[in-house]
Ligand binder design. Structure first.
Ligand SMILES: C[S@@+](CC[C@H](N)C(=O)[O-])C[C@H]1O[C@@H](n2cnc3c(N)ncnc32)[C@H](O)[C@@H]1O
Length: 644
C-alpha cells in the first residue's frame, strides 16, 4: 500500500472536507479580533469550531505539542447529578476585568464560575456553546461588514471620491464574479456523475494523494445523493468498496480497521473522524486539589509565561495549555505535584465514578495513574484507592505519580485484573479503564492504524469481557454510599464498548446501567449493523475527536443491585438472550471496610468465574495465546490461573 508513512505529513495534504476544520485548535488570543479571522468564513462548519461565547469571550482550543503522562486526551460538556465533581470542589475564581481581552499575566474572566451561564450558548446547552450556532453565520456577515467599513475609512484618508467609487465598483464586480464562479462550480457538480475507476490497475496507479483525495470527495458526494449521482448500474457497495480502499491509502489504515471504523459513522462524518485523527488534541492538565487550587495553579503558570484557559465549564480542575515557554512536564509546579498532565477525556470516567469520601475504590487497570490520582483527590485522601495494574513496569510511573501528587490513601498492586475479587473484593466502587486498541487516540499514536489485526481485536474484547465481570464481582452491592462500576476505554469500536457492556448485562443480571452523570457525549449504540444491544446501553456515552475535540472515548456506569447473581428467569426477562446466564451464586465480599464483614472463601465467586466466560472449552487456549501476546507487546506477564 502506498499510504503515507505517517499521515501527519499533512503539510502537503489538503483536507478532505472543510468540516474537518473543526479540529483546527487555533487559539483566539484576542476574541474580538481573531474571531473575525477570514478562516472562519471558509465554511459554515468551520465557524462551528470557533465555539465563540457571546460578549466577546472565546471558548478556545489549542495545538498540542507536549508529551503526556496519560494515555488519553480530552473533551467538552457538563456533569450533572448529586455525585458530580462540582460538589466536591468549589474552585471559583475571583475577578479579572470583565470583557477584557485575554492577556498573559492575568486570569481572564473565563475563570469566573458564572461566565458561561451568562451566555446565550449556555442557555442552549453545552453543545451549543461549544460548537456555535446559526448565529455564527450572522457574526461572520457582520465581520464582513466590519472589514468593508475598515477599508472605507482607510480610503477616506485619501479623500478622493472618484478613487473610492472606482474601488467600490471593482469590489462589487469582483463579488459578482465570485458569485458567478460559485454558481458555475455548483452547476458542474450537480450534473457531473462520478465514474468509478474500472480496474485495480488504474486504482493502483492513482496513488497520488491529491488524486485519491479528489476521488474520496467525489465518492462521498455520490454516496450522499446516491439516487441522483450514481453511475448507471453501479451499486452503493461498489462505491463504498472503492472509498474504503482510497481512505486506507489516504489516511494509512489497514483495511480491517478502516472498515471497522468507517461503519461507526455516516459517510461524511467518518471522513471528519479520520481527519480529526490527523490533528493533535490540546494539551490539558488536571489541578491536583490535594495540593493547590486551580486559580492558584493558573496564576503560577501564567507568571511563568504559560498561555492557558480553563478546559470548559464541565471541569473545575482542568486547564488547557495553548503555549508555554517552559516544558509543561518540568515546571516547579509540576515537580511539586500541583498538576497532572492528563487528557481531558480521561477526567470523564472518574467524574462518572464520582467516588465519595471514605470509600474503598479499586482502579483495576490504573497505570500511569491519571485516574487513580484523580480518585484520590476526590476522596480527599480519605478511604482507600487500590491502584492495580498487570504490567509491573508501568506501575513504576504509577508509584512516581502517586508520590509526586501527595496521594496518601493508595495501595499499588500488580495483579491480572481477572484475579479480582480473588485478591480482594467488597469495594464501594470499581473503575475499569480497560486495556484497549486505542482507536480513540490515533492522533497520539498513529501506529494503531496498522498494527491491529482481527485476532488482536478478538483477544482484546475477550479480555475486556473477563475484566468487566471481575470488576462487577469486586463491588459490594450493599455499599452504603456506592455499589458502582465504571467501564471505560479510549477506543471507539463497538466490539470493545457496547458489546462488552451488553455481555456484562447478560452475564451479570445483578447490575444495571445508570446515567454516567455526564451530560454530553453521544449515546451508546443500541443497534450496530447486525447486532442488537440492550436498550439501556443508550445510557452509556461515546466521545469523538471530530465532535468533542477530545480523544475517542467510551464511558458506561453500572449500579450493582445485588451480590446474588440471579438466574435468567429471575431477573433477565428484558434481556436479549442468546447465551446461557450464569447459575445462582452468592457473592460475598472477601474483605470489607473495617473488617466488619467476614472474609469468606473465594469458592462461590470463583465458581461464577469458571462458568462466566463464553468459550469455556477454549479458555486455556485463549489464555495461553493472550499471555503470549501481552508479554510480547506490553511486557505483561500473566500468573497461572488459580484452581479452586
Ligand atoms: C488504558 S490503560 C490505563 C490508564 C490508566 N487508567 C490511567 O488513567 O492512567 C490500560 C492499562 O491496563 C493494563 N492492563 C492490561 N491488561 C491488564 C489486566 N489483565 N489486568 C489489569 N491491568 C491490565 C495495562 O498495563 C495498562 O496500564
Amino acid at each position: 500500500m502506498a499510504g503515507r508513512a505517517s499521515s501527519k505529513a499533512g503539510a502537503s495534504k489538503a483536507k478532505v472536507t472543510p468540516d474537518s476544520s473543526r479540529n483546527n485548535n487555533k487559539r483566539k488570543v484576542n476574541p474580538s479580533k481573531e474571531a473575525s479571522s477570514k478562516k472562519a468564513k471558509v465554511s459554515n462548519s468551520a465557524s462551528k469550531s470557533a465555539g465563540k461565547a457571546k460578549g466577546g469571550k472565546a471558548t478556545t482550543k489549542a495545538s498540542h505539542d507536549e508529551s503526556e503522562d496519560d494515555d488519553e486526551s480530552w473533551a467538552y460538556g457538563g456533569i450533572s447529578g448529586s455525585e458530580s465533581e462540582a460538589e466536591e470542589m468549589d474552585d471559583e475564581f475571583v475577578s479579572a476585568e470583565e470583557g477584557s481581552d485575554i492577556e498573559v499575566g492575568t486570569l481572564d474572566d473565563d475563570f469566573l464560575g458564572d461566565e458561561f451561564a451568562e451566555s446565550d450558548e449556555e442557555a442552549k446547552g453545552p453543545g451549543a456553546a461549544m460548537f456555535g450556532s446559526d448565529e455564527e453565520g450572522e457574526e461572520v456577515a457582520e465581520e464582513d461588514e466590519e472589514d468593508i467599513f475598515a477599508s472605507d475609512s482607510e480610503d477616506s484618508d485619501g479623500d478622493d471620491m472618484e478613487t473610492k467609487s472606482r474601488k467600490l465598483d471593482a469590489a462589487k464586480q469582483a463579488e459578482a464574479d465570485e458569485a458567478e464562479a460559485e454558481l458555475q462550480t455548483n452547476i458542474m457538480l450537480e450534473s457531473d456523475k462520478y465514474v468509478l475507476p474500472e480496474d485495480n490497475h488504474e486504482i493502483l496507479q492513482s496513488t497520488d494523494l491529491q488524486v485519491v483525495q479528489a476521488r474520496i470527495q467525489e465518492i462521498v458526494r455520490v454516496l450522499n445523493n446516491f439516487r441522483e449521482m450514481r453511475e448507471g448500474s453501479r451499486s452503493r457497495n461498489d462505491y463504498i468498496s472503492q472509498l474504503l480502499k482510497d481512505l486506507c491509502l489516504y489516511y494509512g489504515y489497514n483495511e480491517y480497521l478502516m472498515e471497522k471504523l468507517f461503519y461507526i459513522f455516516p459517510v461524511s462524518e467518518a471522513i471528519e473522524f479520520f481527519e480529526a485523527n490527523e490533528v493533535p488534541r490540546p494539551v490539558t492538565i488536571r489541578t491536583n486539589t490535594l495540593k493547590t487550587r486551580r486559580r492558584e495553579l493558573a496564576q503560577a503558570l501564567i507568571n511563568r509565561g504559560v498561555n492557558l484557559d480553563p478546559i470548559g465549564k464541565w471541569s473545575k480542575v482542568g486547564l488547557q495549555i495553548f503555549d508555554s515557554p517552559v516544558p509543561v512536564g518540568a515546571t516547579p509546579e509540576y515537580l511539586a505535584g500541583h498538576y497532572m498532565l492528563q487528557a481531558a477525556s480521561s477526567f470523564l470516567p472518574v467524574m462518572a465514578l464520582a467516588p465519595q469520601e471514605h470509600e474503598r475504590v479499586l482502579d483495576m487497570a490504573s497505570s500511569p495513574g491519571g485516574k487513580s490520582t484523580y480518585i484520590a483527590a476526590l476522596l480527599k485522601n480519605t478511604g482507600m484507592v487500590f491502584a492495580n495494574d498487570a504490567n509491573k513496569d508501568r506501575t513504576k510511573s504509577l508509584v512516581a505519580n502517586i508520590h509526586r501528587l501527595g496521594v496518601k490513601n493508595a495501595v499499588v498492586c500488580n495483579y491480572d485484573g481477572r484475579e479480582f475479587p480473588g485478591v480482594i473484593g467488597g469495594f464501594d466502587r470499581v473503575l475499569l479503564d480497560a486495556p484497549c486498541s486505542g482507536t480513540g487516540v490515533i492522533s497520539k499514536d498513529a501506529s494503531v492504524k496498522t498494527n491491529k489485526s482481527e485476532q488482536d481485536f478478538q483477544m482484546l474484547s475477550q479480555l475486556q469481557k473477563q475484566l468487566i465481570l471481575s470488576a462487577i464481582d469486586s463491588v459490594d452491592a450493599g455499599s452504603k454510599t456506592g455499589g458502582y462500576i465504571v467501564y471505560s476505554t479510549c477506543s471507539v469500536t463497538v466490539d470493545e464498548n457496547e458489546d462488552v457492556v451488553n455481555y456484562a448485562l447478560k452475564k451479570r443480571p445483578n447490575v444495571k446501567l445508570v446515567s454516567t452523570g455526564l451530560d454530553f457525549g453521544k449515546e451508546g449504540f443500541t443497534r450496530f449493523r447486525e447486532k442488537v444491544f440492550h436498550p439501556s446501553i443508550s445510557l452509556t456515552r461515546r466521545y469523538y475527536p471530530h465532535m468533542h475535540n477530545m480523544d475517542g472515548f467510551y464511558v458506561a456506569k453500572f449500579k450493582k443491585i445485588s451480590n446474588k447473581i440471579p438466574t435468567k428467569n429471575e431477573d433477565t426477562a428484558d434481556l436479549d438472550e442468546e447465551e446461557e446466564f450464569t447459575p445462582i451464586t452468592e457473592q460475598s465480599p472477601k474483605r470489607s471496610r473495617g473488617g466488619k464483614k467476614k472474609a469468606e472463601s473465594a469458592t462461590a465467586t470463583e465458581e461464577a468465574e469458571a462458568v462466566s466466560f463464553n468459550a469455556e472449552e477454549d479458555e486455556e487456549l485463549i489464555r495461553a495465546s493472550q499471555a503470549k501476546l501481552l508479554q510480547a507487546q506490553k511486557g505483561i506477564k500473566l500468573r497461572p490461573k488459580k484452581t479452586a
